[in-house]
Design a protein around this ligand. Sequence first.
Ligand code: TYD
Length: 200
Amino acid sequence: MLKGKLIVFEGLDGSGKTTQAFMLVEALNRRGYKAEYTCEPTYGRVGDLIRLHVSKLKSRKPIYEALLFAADRYEHIFREVKPKLRKGVIMISDRYVYSSLAYQGAGGLSLEWLKSINFFAPKPDLTIYLDVPAREALARKHKSASRRTVFEDLEFQSKVREIYLKLAEEEGFLKFDGTKPVETVHREVLRAVLRFLRKT
Ligand code: TYD
């Protein structure tokens, strides 16, 4: 029996998810809830491998990436997320399965195959999607990248966002405008999460 709740943040790099995830954890704990931050890729064995190798791959290898992210997620869920949920903790995860669908999907893989290799992942209780246009997310990330990388990245990030927006409709994500000031986004997210927690 999982007594806790799994709340997931999704969005492009530069959408502000990490900042918002930390702010939410803090705000919930101040209100007496037991909330913890966690993230994917993890800082476990496979997560370290991903950080070491995947970021350095010149050509994207989506199948290899998808399998590594799924293996990392498997460890994350069984070693950390589920045991904490059983204890009643509200787990706030910075990225989850939808990152694989959006990023490796943008790399050309079928969403059905990506879902199937992640079959073991429980559906989050709530998914918060911070929407930021690809151009703005990139501008926030690399201020000094070359024009060529920026162009390639822009095309890729636009595909990632397109998939996120489609998933948001299909899966019922709570969507927030990530271009608003940090405090405003935080207030909107917190209000929605508190409403959700009160009714469950
Ligand atoms: P990110 O959240 O940026 O981690 P960090 O704390 O290291 O900044 O995630 C790293 C990258 O991994 C990011 O570009 C998205 C990508 N990613 C995938 O492609 N698939 C996945 O399943 C996950 C979890 C992340």
